[in-house]
Write a protein that binds this ligand. Structure first.
Ligand code: C2G
Length: 145
């Protein structure tokens, strides 16, 4: 059984995340997702909309995901690979050549998959924010003639 491991925040789950998980699972038989905790997101400088438990429940509903473990820090990856007998670590191409993953190449394969263009949690938040502003503008009563 080929065991795959990937890491991420997976906030405001979107088709970029789903495509990553689908392709990662296609590389093996068992997919483990190390999900960033809220505390680790703070270290990463990220503020997720959904808390860890909610993000975990959403990932559990995805057919490609077999196990979810917490990602508490940058340093745990080597132990994760050993403890979960991981064959391949998979990440999106925005992580290509990142030392946090390159350093694992002596104990497992590391594969970077092309990132899905046109969608990101940041873009969703920004676009929604803009739409809200537009809605507010639309709600301003037009001056009576
Ligand atoms: N991703 C993607 N296409 C997108 C958005 C994200 O392929 N349009 C991939 C990312 O490359 C990553 C995964 O989906 O592999 C999860 O993305 P994030 O939740 O943004 O993860 P990130 O904050 O990059 O956390 O230790 C590593 C970090 O925990 C990764």
């Amino acid at each position: 059984m080929k065991r795959i491991l990937t890491y991420g925040t997976f906030d405001l789950l979107h088709y970029g995340h789903i495509r990553l998980l689908k392709r990662a699972k296609e590389l093996g038989d068992y997919l483990i997702v190390a999900l960033s905790t809220d505390e680790f997101n703070a270290i990463k400088g990220k503020k997720a909309y959904h808390d860890y438990e909610t993000r975990k429940k959403m990932l559990e509903a995805i057919r490609y995901v077999d196990l979810i473990i917490p990602e508490n820090n940058w340093e745990q990856k080597r132990n994760d690979v050993i403890e979960y007998k991981v064959d391949t670590v998979v990440m999106g191409s925005d992580w290509e050549n990142n030392e946090n993953f390159e350093c694992l190449k002596d104990i497992c394969e590391v594969t970077y998959l092309p990132r899905t263009e046109g969608v990101s949690t940041t873009k969703i938040k920004k676009d929604l924010g803009l739409q809200e502003q537009e809605n507010n503008v639309n709600q301003i009563p037009t001056p009576s003639k």
